[in-house]
Design a protein around this ligand. Structure first.
Ligand code: ADE
Length: 248
């Protein structure tokens, strides 16, 4: 049976995935807890990615080499960069770039040395499957959210965006920095801290990767929204529903 890794960026999200697993047992490797079991009858390993590119790369490598997963699905949150990518929307990555990679003038800005490229692709088949799961979730779930939650975050009917996701070892929380990213990478939809590291490791090992992110903030001066509350009341519920729909 194909073993799937379900990777969450944060505890609340992992909890919503573990709630779907009836028989998981824990294996600790490299200081990380890997939850091995089943989800809708499929062989699954669920784990927290850890925050940042190095933690993500270690987690991805362990999943592939130690746990022998054959595909990786990542759910988390991100800061919106693209026009119209609003809080509560969902971003599905079709490609990845490390926005803080800069070995210039030896290599062009953003190019990953040794790879002759700055962008890595998501697996198209796995991402298509995740797209269907997102559409199903977005159809059903937002209407079930609390009115208080909807009002607290000014949520509107959520939209699904697909394209470039950029990653770096920085929580982007100033308008100046998000404007710089928007200028340098005009097609970037959203920014987070792990996706492009997973993509590079998955490229190295030939393992399919799909990443979906709920937009928790606009990566600007207001990015200090009630992050824990957003995770608990919106993002973790989206993640759980997307994973459940994808593995159905
Ligand atoms: N994850 C969620 N919001 C983010 C932001 N503004 N910057 C980096 N990672 C994020």
């Amino acid at each position: 049976m194909t073993r799937t890794a379900i990777v969450s960026a944060l505890h609340d999200e992992l909890a919503s995935v573990l709630a779907l697993m009836p028989d998981e047992h824990k294996q600790t490797v490299g200081g990380r807890d890997f939850w091995v079991g089943h989800l809708h009858g499929q062989d699954v390993v669920a784990v927290l990615s850890g925050i940042g590119k190095v933690a993500a790369a270690t987690t991805a490598t362990l999943l592939i080499e130690r746990f022998r997963v054959k595909r990786i699905v990542f759910t988390g949150v991100a800061g919106g960069l693209g026009v119209g990518v609003n809080v509560g929307d969902v971003v599905l990555a079709r490609s990845f770039l490390q926005h803080d990679m800069d070995a210039s003038p030896i290599f062009p800005r953003h190019e990953v040395p040794g790879y002759a490229r700055s962008r890595f692709d998501a697996d198209s088949l796995l991402t298509d499957a995740l797209e269907l799961a997102c559409e199903r979730m977005l159809h059903a779930l937002p209407a079930q959210l609390d009115v208080a939650t909807v009002n607290a975050f000014g949520l509107q009917a959520p939209r699904l965006h697909q394209g470039l996701l950029v990653s770096g070892d920085r929580f982007v929380s100033t308008t100046a920095e998000s404007q710089t990213l928007q200028r340098e990478l005009p097609d970037a939809l959203a920014v987070e801290m792990e996706g492009a590291a997973f993509a590079q490791v998955c490229h190295d090992f030939g393992v399919p990767l799909a990443v979906v992110r709920t937009v928790s903030d606009r990566a600007d001066d207001a990015a200090h929204v009630d992050f824990p509350r957003f995770l608990r009341e919106v993002a973790s519920r989206y993640s759980g529903a997307i994973v459940a729909a994808m593995m159905a």
